[in-house]
Design a protein around this ligand. Structure first.
Ligand code: ADQ
Length: 742
């Protein structure tokens, strides 16, 4: 808009300068013309009067001359007449001329001195006036002078009129010019560009193939449009050949899954049905930052895994809007298209009150179910009030889903995690035809452990509303089936792994979750520069670096890991000043007292170990206690010699898989807890029992001393596993199983 205003301003300035220059010239010419004309007429008049007055000047009485003067004074534009003797004394003077007019006297004297006509413009009675004096003679000498006085005010009026007319014309022209410019810009620039952008956007999101209206009509942009059209055709061709390739690859299930292949696969099996993803945590959280609104991706294994799937297959994701600016960016149905940088699916936000969040999320989910399922030596807390909020919020989510699937024939609903265990039953009760899946991202404990939950039956019954219940490992499936067998009246089929309750069958199956396995697009130099930058910013000069990346959660074994580092440095002091351990820790669930205390405990432990081993500027542990974005984390993964994952119990643990996927140099060692789901797949990691600090310390030594060839062999194997079993494969298998059920 500013540019358009500038263009119009420049044009108006140029036009104005031209008009002003022409007007000045026109005024100049007109003034000269009018003055010349006046002088000419005055001369004619003076000469003819002179002929009347001169012969009789000496003999006639003053009265006679005064009569002559008055007789001529009433003519148009003729302001008066003066007759002077040769001493410049007034002989007769029109009453319209002030007697004492020194200008008239002076011009008369000048004419007599020069013995020729003299004239000039002066102001008389506030009026512009022209005076012309001619000398009068007798036979021998000058006897006096005749002064003709003419009104010249009309000259200024005429000149003002020219200015007014021209400026008015300029105003009209400037207005018309601005309007014309705006219309031209709109028709010939804005509209074609807008159509072009719309066409490209449609192509990018895989839309239509036809030329958008008006795109080809613009002669101005024809070369650009031709070029863009060629790029569009190439893009559409590339997309269709990618689709074709993906379709072909559908047959060969052993080739790696990609977003494109998943998209094609789902198109094939969904046949127009929509996928509804439901979770507590949302993938994009909008927050206020001064006057601006920003968004970030949460540190959540569930979000990391599900987001690429939603990007690939579209649909709707229903989640709790937890950001302080979330409400400001949604439409009147609480929806927003995401990812914000390239919208591909709809995020629908569910709002919770503080009381609901506190009871359902912090209370029942995180203080009750989380420790119950993880068995990490933290006693679960079950409060009746929290349970009430948990039921209420689950109903809120179920209502949101029911509203969205109102017009859907056989919707596919995939519910995520332990926050929403009651939702499957709530939705199934209203919509028996909907296909419902529930994926449990955390471990399922043994039946004895689970039995302490006061509302175990309600939770199990709620979950069994789903047609398919997925866990990361077969062990968790077995634990779940055994728990149901103990707690609920049901029929269990151990061959099919199904549970039948009230004539409804739920399939229980393992689906080991994974990550997208990103394509590495950075050169080795870029990676090296990133590594140098990290070392410099953290002032790390050691030869070796180890890394831990976690949410600050007591199940992740962070304290046990620090103990392992301490034992390692005590047992192998030669590594002092040679080795640094970076722990990246995203604050998590900080409103829960246990998490708050745990964060402080980690800080204290880091301080204790650092002060015990500190030598000059070197300290063994660097704690980075903040949320990092994935790009930053990737740089850390690439910069270190080993990554230490020591969860005390973890459904899968995606950090382990992210580290492996990031190491396109096939270097680095993964040390992995035996209590993670990931340890079932990543067998080339150094597997440890995190409770055994000695073993962790030995593994650190083994990692630092591992030969590069050995590192490459192990890393290559692990990368193959993660690449082939990525999250696209996970969702393809999970959704295919669901669709086959209904
Ligand atoms: P989480 O307990 O959240 O997931 P995990 O699988 O390790 O654990 O995923 C954590 C995610 O958060 C990773 O993508 C990681 O990069 C990111 N992250 C960690 N620290 C971060 C930081 N400081 N800043 C920003 N991001 C950070 C739950 C279960 C897991 C299961 C997943 C998926 O507990 O067992 O693997 O769901 O099912």
């Amino acid at each position: 808009m500013k540019q358009i205003a500038a263009v119009i301003l420049i044009m108006i300035t140029i036009v104005s300068l031209v008009v002003i220059a022409f007007t000045v010239n026109q005024v100049d010419q007109e003034e000269t013309r009018l003055k010349t004309d006046l002088q000419y007429r005055s001369t004619l008049l003076a000469e003819s009067l002179k002929e009347t007055v001169e012969p009789n000047f000496i003999n006639k009485s003053d009265n006679y001359l005064q009569n002559v003067v008055e007789r001529f004074s009433s003519k148009e534009r003729f302001a008066g007449l003066g007759i002077y003797d040769n001493k410049s004394n007034v002989v007769a003077l029109s009453s319209t001329i002030p007697e004492a007019s020194s200008a008239a006297t002076k011009v008369a004297a000048d004419a007599m001195d020069a013995d020729r006509a003299e004239g000039g413009f002066v102001k008389l009675n506030q009026e512009k006036t022209y005076l012309l004096a001619v000398p009068m003679h007798d036979d021998k000498s000058i006897v006096g002078a005749l002064v003709v006085v003419q009104n010249a005010g009309y000259i200024d009026n005429r000149l003002n009129e020219i200015w007014t007319n021209n400026l008015f014309r300029l105003l009209v022209q400037a207005t018309l010019l601005s309007l014309a410019t705006l219309l031209l810009i709109y028709w010939f620039l804005y509209t074609p560009i807008r159509n072009l952008v719309a066409a490209l956007q449609t192509d990018r999101s895989g839309g239509g193939k036809q030329n958008p209206k008006g795109l080809t009509n613009s002669f101005l942009f024809r070369p650009l449009i031709n070029e863009v059209s060629r790029i569009r055709s190439s893009l559409l061709e590339a997309r269709s050949s990618a689709s074709e390739e993906a379709r072909l690859r559908l047959e060969k299930l052993d080739s790696p899954w990609t977003a494109e292949r998943l998209k094609e696969f789902l198109k094939d099996i969904l046949k127009g049905r929509t996928i509804f993803m439901v979770s507590n945590r949302e993938p994009y959280i909008h927050t206020k930052d001064g006057n601006q609104i920003k968004y970030y991706f949460p540190a959540s294994g569930m979000a990391t895994a599900i987001e690429p799937v939603m990007q690939a297959c579209g649909g709707m994701w229903i989640a709790y809007g937890s950001g302080d600016a979330d409400k400001l960016v949604v439409d009147n149905k609480d929806k927003i298209k995401v990812p914000p940088f390239e919208p591909k699916y709809t995020l629908k936000r569910v709002w919770l009150t503080q009381q609901e969040e506190s009871g359902y999320y912090y209370g029942f989910s995180n203080e009750g179910l989380w420790p119950l399922c993880h068995i990490a030596h933290n006693r679960p807390i079950f409060r009746k009030e929290d349970w009430e909020q948990y039921q209420k919020v689950n109903q809120k989510f179920a209502d949101a889903i029911l509203l969205e699937i109102k017009n859907q024939d056989r919707p596919i609903i995939l519910i995520q995690d332990f926050h929403l265990a009651l939702v499957p039953r709530m939705v199934k009760a209203q919509r028996p035809g909907a296909v419902i899946g529930l994926f449990w991202h955390i471990p399922w404990p043994n039946p004895e452990s689970f039995s302490i939950c006061p509302w175990k039956k309600e939770i199990l019954d709620g979950m069994l509303g789903a047609d398919l219940i997925g866990f990361h490992t077969q062990l968790h499936c077995n634990n779940f089936i055994e728990t149901v067998g103990r707690e609920l009246e049901s029929l269990i089929d151990y061959e099919q792994f199904t549970i039948t309750r009230n004539n409804h069958i739920s399939f229980i199956k393992p689906f080991p979750i994974s990550i997208a396995f990103p394509n590495q697009d950075k050169s080795e130099e870029d990676n090296k520069a990133a590594i140098d930058k990290i070392r410099k910013s953290l002032d790390i000069k050691t030869k070796y670096i180890g890394l831990g990346v976690d949410r600050l959660d007591y199940t992740k074994g962070i304290l046990e890991r620090l103990k392992g580092v301490e034992i390692f440095l005590t047992k192998y002091p030669q590594y002092k000043t040679q080795f640094a351990f970076i722990q990246i820790a995203a604050p998590s669930r900080t409103k829960v007292k246990k998490y708050h205390d745990f964060a402080q405990e980690v800080e204290k432990e880091v301080e204790r170990i650092n002060s015990a081993f500190k030598i000059k500027n070197w300290k063994p542990i660097v704690l980075l206690q903040r949320h990092h974005n994935q790009e930053e984390i990737q740089k850390f993964y690439k910069s270190v010699d080993f990554c230490l994952v020591t969860s005390l119990h973890d459904g899968m643990n995606l950090v382990a898989k992210e580290f492996v996927a990031a190491r396109d140099d096939e270097k680095g060692v993964l040390i992995l807890s035996q209590f993670t789901g990931a340890s079932r797949e990543l067998k080339d990691a150094l597997i440890v029992n995190p409770y055994n600090g000695e073993q962790t310390a030995e593994s650190i030594k083994q990692a630092l001393e591992m030969k590069p060839t050995e590192q490459t062999k192990r890393m290559r194997n692990m990368r193959e596993v993660v690449k082939n079993n990525n999250v696209f494969r996970w969702s393809a298998e999970l959704l295919k199983t669901m669709i086959d059920l209904g």
